[in-house]
Structures are given as structure tokens and as C-alpha cells.
Write a protein that binds this ligand. Structure first.
Ligand code: MN
Length: 317
């Protein structure tokens, strides 16, 4: 799992272990397995949030783990041009390459640890696909796409595109150096990640060495979700077993804990987790297809605006 790595985690700034006497560990409310599905032109995904009460996910709406898949030559797939309105898409590529273009002139290649942050806001059209070279050669493809809701007051904000190179991600380690913590957005232990978000949130990709533990201070007003990208371990003080493709939802408290099992499969020697939290928006959500709005009428309006070309047009050339 390349993303971004360092030779020696002991050289990184450390996250001090929160004092258990004055902080409350967040309990694990549930552990669920993400069902497999296909997205766009038919690339394999796991629906990370399937079956979870939306109040526990808020401000997040949806998340797909894309792959992990090893494409044969000619097999790699993406999406056609499609619209979005009312939220932000965060695409984090761990292995492989995704190419993006949109109707506001944004776009580029994201690869091996890069993140692309697209605020759809009032409306955008975009296309996401593997570049032709990767389609021709085949190869490893693994990433995440997260949908972050926008509050009613920000749903019609101007669309925006941010490219966050892997080299800009803030790197930290745990007290004993047993985990590499990549901070992609938000604040953690006094360090700020590069992603600029409308809805306050924190996004971390952590690699926890076998037998090591990850304890993160977590804002009380944020929710807390841990999705396992690879490996085996346990979540919370109670040690609920978790493995690749599972989501742990945490309850209230100050800290999140995840432990990596001492024994791991050889194809994934560490426990890799995505840790997410944000301040719940607590507004009605009406999500349908590519739109995330507050009411059914606003969804109908989004379709009308899309068909009238008001969400943008496909660039020529
Ligand atoms: Mn899209």
C-alpha cells in the first residue's frame, strides 16, 4: 500500500497518548462489513457506510472503497460525464491512478497518496477514469471516494477544486512510533492537514504496525468512524475484532483506539485504517443519485437544472 510512507516513523512528530484519567475512550457502537458493488462503467467498490444510521454518519453521506483490484490489460474502468450538487467529493488514491476533468476547468491526475477535493456546491459535471496508459497496461487500483455533505446555507456555494499532493499530507506518529499517521484534512494533536473543508472534519489514513496501537485524541463534537482498508485488528478499549472492509462506528468520548493484531496476512503486513470525523450538520438530508439536498423538491430542481445545462456543460477539446 504505497500512499505516502516514511523510512523511519521515529523521525516524525509524535501524538502524545491522551491521559486516560482525564479523557474518555469512545466506545464502539457497531462493526459492519461493507457489501461489494460496481460503480460507474463497472469498477468494483465496497459500500463502506451501507446499513448505518445516517445520524451516526453525519456530515458524511456515502463512502466507496474503490478496489483494491488488479486490472488485466484493457480492463480498467471509470465513469462517464455526470453531475453533482449539494456536497463535496473527496477522492483519495492509495495505489494506481485516476484522471479527473470537470466543467469548471479543474482536473488532473491523482496517484499514490494524492487527494482530490471537489466541492460540487451549486453544480458541476465531471468525469473520473483511469488514464489510457493504465487501461492499456492494467495494474493495481485502490482508493477511496467520500461524500461530505454541505449545510443548507452552503449547498449552492460556487464549485471548487483542490488538488492535494501526497507530499503535502501532514505526517505524524504515535508515542512509540508504531503507527504512521497521514493527516489529509482537519486538525489532529495541534497539527493542521492540507485539505480545506466547508464542513469541519478530520480525515486520517493510518498504517498501524502489527502488535501496535493507535490512540488518537478526537474532538468531542465530531463523530468518529474507522474503516479498515487492509489487515486485522481490534477497535475500542473492548477490543472488538475488525478486518479489511469493515467499518467501526464509535460513540461519544475524547479518544479513538485501534489495535493491530500481532499476526497479519503476508499480502497486508500492517493494519491500514481510514479514520474520519466531522461536526454533524443535523439538517434533513434528501439524497438521490448524484445529488444531496435537503428536500425532494430540491432534488427535482437539480434534475431540471442539470437537463437545462445549468450545472455546467461538457468542455470541448
Ligand atoms: Mn462523481
Amino acid at each position: 500500500m504505497p500512499a505516502i510512507t516514511v523510512e523511519d516513523t521515529l523521525t516524525l512528530p509524535r501524538i502524545a497518548e491522551p491521559d486516560p484519567a482525564s479523557t474518555a475512550a469512545r466506545p464502539v457502537l457497531s462493526v459492519t462489513s461493507a457489501p461489494s458493488a460496481f460503480e460507474g462503467e463497472g469498477f468494483p467498490v465496497r459500500r463502506a457506510f451501507a446499513g448505518i444510521d445516517s445520524a451516526l454518519l453525519d456530515p458524511f453521506v456515502h463512502m466507496d472503497q474503490m478496489g483494491e483490484v488488479e486490472y488485466a490489460p484493457g480492463e480498467a474502468k471509470g465513469t462517464g460525464w455526470h453531475p453533482h450538487r449539494g456536497f463535496e467529493t473527496v477522492t483519495y488514491m492509495i495505489d494506481g491512478t485516476f484522471q479527473h476533468r470537470d466543467s469548471i476547468g479543474g482536473g488532473g491526475l491523482i496517484t499514490n497518496g494524492d487527494t482530490q477535493w471537489m466541492t460540487a456546491g451549486s453544480g458541476i459535471l465531471h468525469i473520473e477514469r483511469p488514464p489510457e496508459e493504465l487501461v492499456a497496461s492494467g495494474g493495481l487500483f485502490h482508493g477511496i471516494q467520500l461524500w461530505v455533505n454541505l449545510a443548507k446555507a452552503e449547498k449552492m456555494t460556487a464549485p471548487r477544486y483542490q488538488d492535494i499532493g501526497a507530499g503535502n499530507v501532514a505526517l505524524l506518529s504515535t508515542a512509540d512510533g508504531g503507527a504512521l499517521v497521514r493527516l489529509i484534512a482537519g486538525d489532529l494533536a495541534g497539527v493542521a492537514g492540507p485539505g480545506a473543508t466547508h464542513s469541519p472534519m478530520t480525515m486520517v489514513h493510518a498504517t498501524v504496525s502489527r502488535g501496535a496501537k493507535l490512540v488518537l485524541p478526537w474532538r468531542r463534537d465530531f463523530n468518529a468512524l474507522v474503516y479498515v482498508l487492509a489487515g486485522r485488528g481490534s477497535a475500542g478499549e473492548s477490543g472488538q475484532p475488525i478486518h479489511s472492509g469493515q467499518l467501526a462506528v464509535f460513540g461519544e468520548g475524547d479518544t479513538i483506539r485501534v489495535d493491530a493484531d500481532l499476526t497479519q496476512e503476508s499480502r497486508s503486513p500492517d493494519l491500514d485504517v481510514l479514520v474520519l470525523g466531522g461536526r454533524p450538520i443535523r439538517e434533513p438530508v434528501f439524497a438521490y443519485g448524484p445529488f444531496v439536498m435537503n428536500t425532494k423538491d430540491e432534488i427535482a430542481q437539480a434534475f431540471e437544472d442539470f437537463h437545462a445545462g445549468r450545472l455546467g456543460t461538457i468542455p470541448t477539446g
